[in-house]
Design a protein around this ligand. Structure first.
Ligand code: SF4
Ligand code: SF4
Ligand code: SF4
Length: 205
């Protein structure tokens, strides 16, 4: 019964995995709602429609989005300026749905259909070459529910892949599952890349 409610709430949530609700992803937020530890109005990407659906499911009153968690924005995707990209791979590490293609020292690109527009790749990029742009209307053919389902499968596939690779290679420093470990590694790498870029700029001037 408990698992069933968690799954039903999770299936309403947009699977952006952005953390704006103050939880590490959509499922942890669904669990917190089920346990009565979080309110139903903490998910900006799900917006009023999502709150209505959760309220209906749980038989509770609708309440407007708590804007302390952010505001609902138009559907967007990330775009990388491939000429400015230095191939540092930090964005790949940050992306919860594996929507970025690239390898070390190679330019990176976004798989548009798989990007949820969560913005988590923006701050790790040391050269600010990622932009978030609204989705063009003719690219918005996939329904919101299908897009959520796709994002959820990508996220769950990524978690499985990380677990599998961790087991196979024991490369624990690179394949971190917890959000705090991942942020720590991204911050360390970003700092060293920014320092290297500053040194290069200084030498050029
Ligand atoms: S999409 Fe909503 S529920 Fe999922 S992590 Fe973001 S704010 Fe939380
Ligand atoms: S590419 Fe960036 S904006 Fe798109 S899903 Fe990945 S982290 Fe989020
Ligand atoms: S974080 Fe920025 S510079 Fe590094 S690979 Fe991604 S887009 Fe390129």
């Amino acid at each position: 019964m408990y698992e069933n409610i968690v799954e039903k709430i999770n299936s309403i949530l947009p699977q952006t995995q952005c953390g704006q609700c103050n939880y590490s992803g959509c499922k942890p937020y669904a669990i917190a709602i089920t346990k009565g530890k979080a309110d139903i109005n903490q998910c900006p990407p799900g917006g009023e429609e999502g709150i209505q659906n959760i309220a209906k499911l749980l038989g509770v009153d609708f309440k407007p989005l708590n804007e302390k968690h952010g505001i609902t924005k138009p559907k967007s995707v990330a775009l990388i300026d491939e000429y400015a990209c230095i191939g540092c791979t930090l964005c790949i590490l940050a992306c919860p749905v594996d929507a970025i293609l690239g390898a070390t020292k190679k330019m990176h690109t976004i798989i548009e259909d798989e990007c949820t527009g969560c913005e988590l790749c923006l701050s790790p990029c040391p050269v600010d070459c990622i932009e978030i742009l609204p989705v063009k209307e003719d690219n918005n053919e996939i329904s919101t529910q299908n897009k959520s389902n796709l994002a959820r499968s990508r996220y769950e596939f990524r978690l499985d892949r990380i677990k599998r690779e961790k087991k196979e290679s024991n490369a624990t420093r690179k394949l971190l599952t917890s959000t705090s470990e991942k942020s720590k590694l991204i911050n360390e790498k970003r700092k060293s890349i920014s320092e290297a870029l500053a040194r290069i700029k200084k030498n050029e001037s």
